[in-house]
Design a protein around this ligand. Structure first.
Ligand SMILES: O=C1O[C@H]([C@@H](O)CO)C(O)=C1O
Length: 545
């Protein structure tokens, strides 16, 4: 089956948290329309860029793009940006059931509101390893009143201007900013605007809900909970999980989960759904939505004390949830038992020529102007650095627990060239940032693949011993994984998808500041590139007949 979508992307004035600002909408909506499909269906999205003065690219997050690496939607890696006025046609197969996302992948455009859900169900006659009556999706985001321009200019200025903590948290595109905050110009904030009435999910008492919870925050790590209700985690990033019960779900930008919730509490009232910032000292109020027991009025019968959420700076329960996540016992994809290559990636905040940046092994990433996929396929070796990026760091001497004595790094647009079909291990190693006693949480997202999550640990990964602790029996597969403060995370994937694929921190400002790498594999197996991805840099007119 082919699903055809026609999207018009433009800026509109909206008030998702009661504060009026420019929001990027798809067909008038943010979040955009949900893409619904069955496994192996084809999705066609014809995107018209009506942003007037701004480029565009849309990434299909979690979709591996097997055979269509040019439709991954990553500007600078797999395509040229879609220029204002142009229409671009994405066409790809959704080859696995599960919960996925889409969002802008140009500059810092994602946080202006261009995002939505992709829900892929099983073919008729097949069933999931869990039962439920109804299926619902919500996306969690954080929200800023500053424009993406103000933010990205600040981040690339010297002196550095940090984006700061978000103004509000949105649940399914709705939040509440306090309009009585001093200094807001008249007419900008209106607490009774229906656009910012809280999202209400109406549920039938006694029924079991599959709730698909995703995060596309720009910055924040979140905890999500439903007052008085436990949640059973059953899916993560499109993979079945050996079920476990949580009261609050920790979720990082780029992750998707399905949880089962039974509507078995006192049905004469409603319950709060709340989301709180963790890992960074919160100055953003919790996001709130309503778990509305039918037939109660959604705005009534709520307690005055929404659940307060876990302590923001306790990493233990976050490590514990990461460790609890295993493949469902009947759906284990056994990983290759050994790796062909190991790349250790030290994550640090740095200075480059006085600018604040993030780096992997002291190299901060810059996107080239000609997309890698085109440059590689058409053998334009001069358009990006051919010096391979480092596969490790100064393990003996680097103190991950303190601010580095020498914070300087370099920038590069070099990429990792992997042997086709190689089994690759990535060890993400966290460290102290340039602020004392601070190590941030970084959610890393891999394009074009799912990886096995082999382990998490605290402190420095010991290359001689910690490999023995890997879970090679029932690791979960994911496409996004957190790197916890002062910790390490180990991943394994097969380089079996010909193309050029980004691997990056999903915190929008961190990727913008250089926190990412690109992998190339099997470039000679990539088919003829569509000319629609070209037209910028050296790719201009490069594939004329
Ligand atoms: O990149 C970042 O910069 C700030 C801070 O380190 C300096 O203001 C912060 O919290 C980041 O994540």
């Amino acid at each position: 089956t082919v699903h055809y979508h026609k999207w018009d992307v433009k800026y509109e004035f909206k008030s998702p948290d009661c504060y009026k600002k420019l929001v990027i909408t798809i067909n008038g909506k943010s979040p955009g329309p949900t893409i619904l499909a069955k496994q192996n269906d084809t999705i066609i999205v014809e995107v018209k860029n009506s942003l007037l003065t701004e480029n565009l690219a849309i990434h299909w997050h979690g979709i591996r793009q097997i055979g269509t690496p040019w439709f991954d939607g990553t500007e600078g890696v797999t395509q040229c940006p879609i220029v204002p006025g142009d229409t671009f046609k994405y066409q790809f197969v959704v080859d696995r059931p599960g919960t996925y996302l889409y969002h802008a992948h140009y500059g810092m455009q994602r946080e202006a509101g261009l995002y939505g859900s992709i829900r892929v169900s099983l073919p008729d006659g097949e069933s999931e390893p869990f039962a439920y009556d109804y299926d619902r999706s919500i996306i969690l985001t954080d929200w800023y009143h500053n424009s993406t321009y103000e933010q990205s200019v600040g981040l690339s200025s010297n002196p550095f201007v940090w984006v700061g903590e978000p103004h509000s948290l949105l649940i399914q595109g709705k939040g509440k900013f306090d309009c009585s905050t001093p200094g807001i110009p008249a007419g900008v904030c209106n607490a009774s605007n229906p656009e910012c009435s809280p999202y209400a999910m109406t549920i039938v008492p006694g029924k079991t809900y599959r709730l698909r919870v995703s995060s596309l925050t720009a910055l924040s790590a979140l905890s999500f909970q439903i007052e008085g209700h436990n949640m059973t985690v059953v899916e993560a990033d499109g993979h079945y999980v050996q079920p476990f019960v949580v009261q609050n779900l920790f979720i990082y930008s780029g992750e998707t989960y399905s949880v089962l919730v039974k509507a078995d509490k006192d049905p004469s009232r409603n319950y709060w759904m709340t989301t709180n910032v963790v890992s960074r000292k919160p100055s953003t109020p919790p996001g709130q939505a309503i778990f509305n027991y039918y037939p109660n009025h959604p705005r009534r019968f709520l307690s005055n004390t929404p659940p307060s959420g876990p302590v923001w700076d306790d990493v233990e329960p976050r490590f514990a949830q990461s460790l609890a996540l295993k493949a469902h016992k009947d759906h284990i994809h056994t990983p290759p038992q050994t790796a062909d290559t190991t790349i250790v990636m030290l994550n640090t905040q740095n200075h480059v020529n006085g600018y604040v940046r993030w780096s992997v092994n002291n190299v901060s990433f810059n996107l080239p102007h000609t997309p890698y996929l085109v440059a590689l396929k058409l053998k334009m070796n001069h358009v990006f650095s051919q010096v391979p990026p480092p596969i490790g760091y100064d393990y003996q001497n680097y103190d991950i627990h303190n601010v580095s004595k020498n914070t300087n790094a370099t920038t590069s647009d070099a990429i990792y060239r992997l042997d086709f079909n190689a089994t690759v291990d990535i060890i993400l190693q966290n460290a102290n940032s340039m602020s004392n006693n601070t190590s941030e949480t970084h959610p890393w997202h891999l394009h074009g693949h799912d990886f096995w999550v082999l382990g998490y640990g605290k402190g420095k990964f010991d290359i001689n011993n910690d490999q023995n602790k890997f879970n090679l029996v029932d690791p979960i597969m994911k496409n996004t994984v957190p790197l916890h403060p002062y910790g390490w995370t180990a991943l394994r994937f097969k380089a079996d998808n010909p193309g050029a694929w980004l691997f990056h921190c999903h915190i929008e400002s961190h990727f913008f500041m250089g926190m990412g790498v690109v992998f190339e594999e099997g470039i000679d197996r990539v088919g003829k590139l569509p000319s629609s991805i070209m037209g910028c840099g050296e790719s201009k007119g490069s594939q004329r007949p």
